[in-house]
Design a protein around this ligand. Structure first.
Ligand SMILES: Nc1ncnc2c1ncn2[C@@H]1O[C@H](COP(=O)(O)OP(=O)(O)OP(=O)(O)O)[C@@H](O)[C@H]1O
Length: 279
């Protein structure tokens, strides 16, 4: 199990978080937490606002209102720079440097003292299983390998919170599995909190906790088991669809947490996580 022990403050706590982009509210009053030491998935279809939300959390997004607290500090505080790692969708590494040169460069930028740099670089290369490519030109790597170089850069600073924007997109199933294993090792062995976005619902069961998002709003938050149980669905995709249907029903327009509501119409006989039997 992971180290999301009771008593640790949430790694992220947001209240009324709202972002306006291009004149539209693309994130609309979100309240949520990301437990410390958890692997939390941010799931939702393309364009629902996942990247914008991650940018708001790491302090890279303009026109944010409401509150977002990250590792106990206001989001965007300069002192968070060394405590969190953010990996964008497009790999942000230099193609004309080798993998090791990239990591050496970013280790220097991060202020890792020279005597510790080589060990930090080797450690990050091992973490992402790119040791064999250390001396390859980054521009000559596949897209998935380049993404792992970006991830290695983020790991150099041993961040307490790692924010990853669709890190497994386009990867083959073996690499995807290996990366998810790495994410869990980081949570289990180092107590790192990981917030990982994906539009692939079948990655949901790899997470301790999920934030399900659609059109700038949160449909639900909870563990995969809680969300499946609360909606009487066998899969997270099924749970997502049921939550979308419920949100569209006028009687469910209140503020009640969706995962705490029994699905009274669709799921006769189902018992929810709180023991409330559906009618
Ligand atoms: N630079 C921008 N200016 C104005 N609107 C933007 C800008 N970038 C994104 N948006 C809008 O904000 C909304 C959320 O986009 P965002 O990139 O956060 O979604 P996403 O869920 O991360 O999508 P994807 O999974 O495709 O990456 C979309 O409606 C998008 O059109």
């Amino acid at each position: 199990m992971n180290k999301s022990a009771p008593g640790r403050e949430p790694a992220v706590r947001a209240a009324g978080l709202t972002v306006v982009r291009g004149g539209a509210r693309v994130i609309d009053g979100l309240d949520f937490t990301v437990p410390a030491g958890s692997v939390t998935g941010l799931l939702g279809p393309s364009g629902c606002g996942k990247t914008t939300l991650l940018r708001a959390i790491v302090g890279a997004q303009a026109r944010v209102s409401g509150t977002v607290e990250v590792l106990g500090r206001p989001g965007g505080s300069p002192e968070l720079r060394h405590r969190l790692g953010y990996v964008t969708q497009d790999p942000s590494v230099y193609r004309d440097l080798t993998v090791r040169q990239n990591l050496d460069y970013f280790a220097a930028v991060l202020g890792i003292p020279r005597p510790r740099r080589a060990a930090a670089v080797d450690g990050a290369l091992t973490d992402v299983d790119l040791g064999a490519k250390a001396d390859a030109l980054t521009g000559a790597l596949s897209g998935g390998q380049r993404s792992r170089v970006s991830l290695a850069v983020a790991l150099l600073g041993t961040p307490e919170l790692l924010v990853l924007d669709e890190p497994t997109v386009g990867l083959d199933p073996v690499l995807r599995r290996d990366l998810w294993n790495l994410f869990h090792r980081l949570a289990d062995e180092r107590g790192t909190t990981l917030l990982i976005s994906s539009h692939v619902m079948d990655e949901a069961d790899r997470c301790h906790r999920l934030l399900l998002m659609r059109e700038g709003a949160l449909l639900a938050q909870g563990s995969p088991a809680e969300l499946r149980e609360a909606t009487g669905s066998a899969t997270i995709e099924g749970a997502f669809l049921r939550l979308v249907d419920r949100a569209a029903r006028p009687e469910s327009a209140g503020r009640e947490e969706p995962e705490r509501r029994a699905d009274r119409e669709a799921d006769a006989g189902n018992t929810g996580p709180e023991g409330d039997t559906a009618a």
